[in-house]
Design a protein around this ligand. Structure first.
Ligand code: UD1
Length: 431
């Protein structure tokens, strides 16, 4: 199994190209099931989760082709990929356990399959490292559109009424990114009008709305918590560029906060990172945007502590919680971090503690007692964002850190070690 070896203490200097957002690309790929025509996605990141979604869509009958557009010589290491998806016929309405189990976002085929075929059979995702993560809100949304839901041997069987899904009122009692996306995609092909209230407002949902609109969907209220969808009878193909990954961007901001130096982030979308930028600025990171480049440095002196509460967008993202916790170990004083989105999302705490951090957890709040020097140690990645927080800790630690189980990182960070090494980090993948 691959591991990362990192020797800490090197400031980062250089340019990093930000890739397309994994969390945008996954639902965009599922949207291709809504049409017989070609959907072309540019700026698709090359990640394990994208490969898993490609496998799932192929077994549903979609034809996929990937074109690499290698970067010009001498530019920062990043590939922009064009993925073409064409689901002329749906070969299977079943999303099997093996694929759903490895990636929860597989459940995003439910809405499109049900809307197009009138039936979908999707495995229940099962437990997950960062909490129980049920799919009740997804199912409630499908029922609100007239579907009948039954559970059969670990699978959800959803059946539309005769004549297909019907527009309806969907009111989410809790904000859910995935359930909003499933509801949105299904409603596009439902007859009549659907209103989704308390919809998630993450930028990735804006990206999905943009693709669906380009395909011919009629959606009002994009970017707000109330979406009105006027159903259409069919959707056409379209071309779309995947939005920049705000969590990848935020992770490199955190890396720079840890190491110091100066990096330029190319292709970032700071407008999608409001709460993260505000927190980073408070902590001591200086960010200046010029001609599409975000120039990042660290202010002189110690980092400033900061309390953080994770919330749905536009609040502080749970996917940046572990990275912020890591840099706050270097702040002069205590910071309280409250995780309100997922239970059990502090699995990085024992690993950071092994490296010298002092963090006490009580319920859903972790208090980081800064500042403590970090020391290299063997540590283990436990989930995607926890893994990158260990990389960030290792970059700032004295001595060598070995991170095992980095398959988690490969799910969501493209060429992480190459991008960091190009900026002077001592980081190596060992097989
Ligand atoms: C998405 C992101 C993930 C991010 C999360 C929150 C993708 C592929 N993944 O995950 O990186 O951490 O948003 O920003 O985009 N919930 C229910 N019932 C449901 C659905 C969700 O109770 O039917 C709960 C979850 O357990 C969680 C909360 O709602 O506590 C938010 O989850 P949700 O927004 O649905 O996360 P995902 O879409 O799975």
């Amino acid at each position: 199994m691959d591991k990362l070896h990192i020797i800490g203490g090197r400031p980062l200097h250089g340019r990093i190209v930000i890739g397309g957002a994994k969390n945008a690309a996954l639902p965009l790929m599922c949207a291709a099931l809504l049409t017989r025509e070609k959907v072309t996605l540019d700026n698709v990141p090359y990640l394990a989760d994208i490969t898993t979604m490609a496998k799932l869509l192929m077994q549903h009958g979609a034809a996929l082709s990937l074109q690499d557009n290698p970067p010009p010589l001498g530019s920062a290491p990043h590939y922009s990929r064009r993925l073409t998806l064409e689901a002329t016929h749906i070969a299977s309405i079943t999303a099997p356990y093996d694929l759903v189990r490895t990636m929860r976002a597989s459940v995003l085929v439910l809405g499109p399959l049900l809307a197009r075929e009138g039936r979908a059979k999707v495995s229940l995702p099962g437990g997950c490292a960062i909490g129980t993560r049920p799919i009740d809100l997804h199912l409630m949304a499908m029922e609100a559109l007239g579907a009948r839901i039954t559970l059969e041997e670990g699978y959800v069987l959803a059946e539309a009424p005769a004549g297909g899904l019907k527009g309806g009122d969907i009111h989410f009692e809790k904000v859910s990114v995935g359930a909003t996306e499933n509801a949105l995609m299904a409603a596009c092909l439902a007859s009549g009008t659907t209103c989704i209230r308390n919809a998630a407002r993450e930028p990735e949902i804006g990206d999905l709305t943009a693709l669906l609109t380009a395909m011919g969907a009629r959606i009002e209220g994009a970017g707000t918590d109330t979406l009105i969808i006027h159903g259409v009878t069919s959707l056409a193909g379209a071309q779309h560029r995947v939005i920049a990954d705000r969590i990848e961007t935020g992770s490199y901001l955190a890396a720079l906060a840890m190491t110091g130096g100066e990096i330029e982030l190319e292709g970032a979308r700071p407008d999608t990172l409001g709460a993260v930028i505000e927190a980073m600025d408070h902590i001591g990171v200086k960010m200046v945007e010029e001609e599409g480049i975000l120039r990042v440095t660290r202010r002189a002196g110690a980092l400033t502590p900061r309390d953080i509460i994770t919330e749905p967008y536009p609040g502080f993202p749970t996917d940046m919680q572990a990275q912020l916790m890591t840099i706050l170990t270097q702040a002069e004083g205590d910071s309280a971090i409250s995780e309100t989105i997922f239970e059990n999302r502090f699995m990085h705490v024992p690993e950071l503690t092994r490296m010298g951090a002092r963090i006490s957890v009580s319920g859903h709040t972790a208090t980081v007692h800064g500042r403590t020097p970090l020391k290299g140690a063997p540590v283990m990645a436990t989930d995607l964002r926890a893994s990158v927080s260990l990389v960030i800790a290792a970059l700032g630690a004295e001595g060598e850190t070995t991170i095992s189980r980095i398959y988690h990182l490969d799910r969501g960070y493209e060429r992480l070690e190459e991008k960091l090494a190009a900026c002077g980090a001592e980081i190596k993948r060992v097989r």
